[in-house]
Design a protein around this ligand. Sequence first.
Ligand code: ATP
Ligand code: MG
Length: 234
Amino acid sequence: MSLLNVRGLTKLYDGVRAVAEVSLDIPQGEVRALIGPNGAGKTTLVGMIAGRITPDAGQVVLAGQDITRLPAHRRTRLGMAYTFQITSVFARLPVAENVALAARPHMPRADVPGAVQAALARVGLTDPSARAGDLSYGHQRLLEIAMGIVQAPRLLILDEPTQGLSEGEIDGFKALVCDLAAQTTILLIEHNMDVVMALADRVTVLNAGEVLMTGTPAEVRADPGVQSAYLGAP
Ligand SMILES: Nc1ncnc2c1ncn2[C@@H]1O[C@H](COP(=O)(O)OP(=O)(O)OP(=O)(O)O)[C@@H](O)[C@H]1O
Ligand SMILES: [Mg+2]
């Protein structure tokens, strides 16, 4: 069964179609990568899926339920978690408290500390009392992932999670996603093609707001249209 079904999603900015009639079908358990050049509409698309951006047309269906008109917090309650390209941690709060805030709506209070500890261990953040704002950009992204996974989501959306991570941290991230993929469907926006090739079951390529193709990593890499639109680009 498909967990996420997107039909004809469209967003106009000043009359220009940032996302133009995009349809996607993501089966339960899949790791789907979303790639495309800068400005292709990736963040706008997942913003509409998550309920942060109101579409001009189209539908978002999660596990058979039409959620197009639900606000973001209601979608979170239905099992959608996401991290965004612009980090949105609470900079003045400790790392652990950031994760606890994300956890509390999803579990009994007594379960929160254990869940926080487990989520931080999973992403490899070792200092729960550090101020979130003092972490490096890459570690703030990992903190956001911890805030996502502590919710035990059905669908986890990650917008360029490896940006700002070192090579070693990217290896850790790959292992984390492989581990998470056993429990969660993942939609991953990612510019690092090594990460895409290593993790994705299938890849959707967006270009100028439209789906250019969806295929396996090997199919996408071999496609001449994708190469000229994206992979050949600097
Ligand atoms: N709030 C906004 N107001 C006006 N135009 C916007 C807004 N947000 C995005 N756009 C435009 O919509 C298009 C798609 O942008 P979007 O950020 O979704 O692309 P992206 O694929 O995520 O790019 P990147 O790889 O750089 O993150 C771009 O042309 C962008 O300039
Ligand atoms: Mg983006």
